[in-house]
Design a protein around this ligand. Structure first.
Ligand code: CP
Length: 313
């Protein structure tokens, strides 16, 4: 298959073409195959220095990017918000340019502000990869989610029904997945309380429902999202208990799902709130497969952006 990737930055899914997503997934498949070898290490990014600049907490994304870089033989530096000079008042731009001046080759950025990765891509010469910018986008999460869905249902997602259930309003994972799933031909339904799933999302070409049974019965894949308390400045439902009572996925409700439906969650999971523990650990759950795929997908993103940079020099 012809490579359709010429970019040096990965900032969001909205701007990607279907062919670019296919290119990332194909590359990720090759890397996933290579990772089956014990102690796999490829030398494609040898000598590269990748800065992981994380100004919000992270487990999966940060460690997956570090692991991906290591598997590609790149060196990494981690700079976390609370331990950087940003707490002394240094601006995002100044800090990023300091890192670039130390001959960093790429930067992975997570920040609470929407647009922060796009901004850095404008002020830096090196490739910038968005590891989550506020409630805007989390492109590598959507790429690993759709990679996982394709592994289960095949490359052609036309007609596949995916329900995203939970806090859509504050979710960058939901936004990136809506773009990715629609570009790949899937039908997307957003579900949850009206305060967290406003009808205006229909303008993105998705269905919206506030009825849990409707959201579950047709779905081939159900993607659960946690409540993003850290982005909410006011209460959007009476209590976590009430949310769980109305929208939490439990054993009884999971019986509405098709027998072959898969249960997904980007993590971190709040067990007993959006999903009961037994379901999170059930045979239908692909939550840990998503994590595994996150390494190969991020290897593909780092590799393709580094190659895109070389082509532009
Ligand atoms: N899914 C996700 O972004 O998880 P982390 O916040 O742990 O990186």
């Amino acid at each position: 298959m012809q490579s359709h990737w010429t970019r040096q930055n990965l900032l969001g899914i909205e701007e990607l073409s279907r062919e670019e997503i296919d290119t990332i997934h194909l590359q990720a498949s090759e890397f996933k195959e290579a990772l089956k070898q014990p102690h796999a290490k490829l030398d494609v990014l040898q000598g590269n220095l990748i800065v992981n600049f994380f100004l919000e907490p992270s487990t999966r994304t940060r460690v997956a990017f570090e692991t991906a870089a290591s598997r590609l033989s790149a060196d990494t530096v981690l700079l976390e918000g609370g331990r950087s000079s940003t707490v002394k008042g240094e601006t995002l731009r100044d800090t990023a340019q300091v890192l670039e001046s130390m001959n960093a080759d790429m930067m992975v950025i997570r920040h609470s502000c929407p647009g922060s990765a796009h901004y850095l891509a404008q002020v830096l010469d090196i490739p910038v990869l968005n590891a989550g910018d506020g409630a805007h986008e989390h492109p590598t999460q959507a790429l690993l989610d759709t990679f996982t869905i394709r592994e289960h249902f095949g490359q052609n997602l036309t007609g596949l029904k995916v329900t995203i259930l939970g806090d859509i309003l504050f979710s960058r994972v939901a936004r990136s997945n809506i773009w990715a799933l629609k570009k790949l031909g899937a039908t997307v339904t957003l579900a949850g309380p009206a305060t967290l799933v406003p009808d205006r999302f229909q303008s993105l070409g998705v269905h919206v429902t506030h009825d849990l049974k409707t959201a579950l019965v047709d779905a081939d894949a159900i993607m659960l999202l946690r409540i993003q308390h850290e982005r909410q400045s006011s209460t959007h439902f009476p209590s976590l208990g009430e949310y769980r009572g109305l929208f939490g996925l439990n054993g009884a409700r999971a019986r509405y799902l098709k027998p072959k439906a898969i249960i997904m969650h980007p993590g971190p999971v709040n067990r007993g709130v959006e999903i009961d523990s037994t379901l999170a650990d059930s045979a239908q759950s692909v939550i840990l497969e998503q994590v595994t795929n996150g390494v190969a997908v991020r290897m593909a993103c780092l590799y393709l952006c580094a190659r895109g940079r070389q082509q532009q020099l």
